[in-house]
Design a protein around this ligand. Structure first.
Ligand code: ADP
Length: 415
């Protein structure tokens, strides 16, 4: 089957076309036929397109909204010029898989989208006001472009973390806030944590039940997950993706009293302070320079910039504290897995995160660590290290395509 995977953000749409079916899943022979990215939707959009085996092309075009973006993608994919293998007309796309950010407590797995499911996703809008509406727009756009008959599947960022026990997902707040409004930890990046946990057990040749690891997704957004017996048992993001690790522009954990304090001092509303925590904090806020880790590392190295160094140090220190607390919470782990743009590419950040973890038996192999960048997957600790560390590039799109196939065929889902 040819699956169109869509990840619709507020001003961008990422897509892949993946050829997969149950046989290809078990043989790990899924094929990525095409991929691309439309940014700055709403005006003159910047478009990146790539067909399997051919060079990436960049172009620009007026793209009004999410629907126009989906139309653009489908038109391109079916065109002579794109030469996507096996895709000549709209009918050659067999299903669409969507990344949906928030599934609340209702969606514990991926689902075939019906009107009722769509209403359920709408009900979660209050939990993710920035994300779920654009995900819904993507679903509606695909319905209009392909017709209501084409199966569409929703894959939720929150679903993998629905196995958290109540003592891990509840905040120490008046219990009625949970009863009335479902205020609790949901966690995000679930598809990424799930994918690297799956790849880890493939690399190790072990069953799901023996998967005891801590996964660190470090990209623009960052989160950690404690995975015991294959299930997510704790994670650092909370009701929203603001909690936990230090991120590109998000603060992660802070004392909640800071919000009121800063609001009073700066004459801001609580909402304006929350925007500050989401958009002007994290690496950007500390360094005063950029939210981009690569640039910060260069600044620290070339200009010995004190605040760039401090931002990197706080980022790594926070990640290390989460590893320590999860090791205690889950009674030890076999490995730490790094993923996301920073986790996959920066040997320096990985080494800093792991610096004080020798006590737990983690021995970084400097050469292996240095060699694992640019999508290279594998072990970065010494042979015999009691706590291992791996780099595993994430692939959320692949899991979305596979979940889509399983939902369409009514096959059992694998988490
Ligand atoms: P998103 O969360 O938006 O998908 P990515 O996973 O692509 O983002 O991660 C983006 C982050 O990864 C940026 O901070 C970028 O600087 C960082 N990054 C990418 N390559 C490197 C590298 N070689 N060294 C350090 N950081 C890197």
């Amino acid at each position: 089957m040819n699956i169109l995977v869509l990840n619709c953000g507020s001003s961008s749409v990422r897509f892949q076309i993946i050829s997969t079916d149950l046989e290809k899943i078990s043989g790990n022979t899924d094929r990525r036929l095409a991929r691309g990215h439309i940014e700055r939707i709403g005006g003159e959009a910047i478009i990146t397109l790539e067909t399997e085996g051919r060079a990436k092309q960049r172009t620009s075009a007026q793209v009004r909204d999410t629907r126009a973006a989906v139309e653009f993608i489908v038109r391109w994919a079916c065109s002579e010029e794109a030469q996507v293998d096996g895709v000549k007309t709209v009918a050659d796309v067999n299903a669409v898989g969507h990344r949906v950010v928030h599934g609340g407590e209702r969606f514990t797995h991926s689902v075939l989208i019906t009107d009722e499911v769509l209403r359920g996703i709408e009900d979660c809008i209050e939990l993710a006001p920035l994300h779920n509406p654009t995900n819904i727009k993507g679903i509606q756009a695909a319905r209009e472009v392909f017709g209501a008959g084409l199966p569409q599947v929703a894959v939720f960022d929150t679903a993998f973390h629905q196995t958290l026990p109540d003592y891990a997902y509840l905040y120490a707040l008046p219990y009625q806030l949970y009863r009335r409004y479902r205020v609790r930890r949901y966690g995000f990046h679930g598809t990424s944590h799930r994918y690297v946990a799956y790849r880890y057990r493939q690399l190790r040749g072990i069953p799901r039940e023996q998967t005891n690891i801590i996964t660190l997704h470090m990209g623009n957004g960052c989160s950690a997950a404690a995975i015991r017996g294959g299930d997510s048992v704790d994670t650092s993001m909370g009701l929203t993706p603001l909690e936990g690790l230090v991120m590109g522009t998000r603060s992660g954990d802070i004392d909640p009293a800071i919000i009121d304090f800063v609001a009073a001092k700066e004459g801001l509303s609580a909402q304006a302070v929350e925007t500050m925590l989401n958009k002007q904090s994290g690496l950007l806020g500390i360094s005063g320079l950029t939210n981009d880790m690569r640039e910060l590392l260069a600044e620290a190295e070339e200009n010995d910039d004190r605040r760039a160094r401090l931002a990197i140090e706080i980022f790594c220190y926070r990640a290390r504290k989460y590893i320590g607390s999860y090791l205690a919470a889950m009674g030890g782990a076999d490995a730490i897995v790094f993923t996301g743009g920073i986790g996959e590419n920066s040997a320096e950040v990985r080494a800093l995160v792991c610096k004080e973890l020798e006590w737990f038996g983690l021995e970084i192999d400097e050469e292996r660590n240095r060699e694992h960048t640019n999508g290279r997957e594998g072990l970065i600790t010494r042979d015999g290290s009691r706590l291992a560390a791996y780099v595993i590039p994430t692939d959320e799109e692949l899991l979305i395509a596979r979940d889509t196939v399983r939902c369409v065929l009514g096959a059992p889902q694998r988490y």
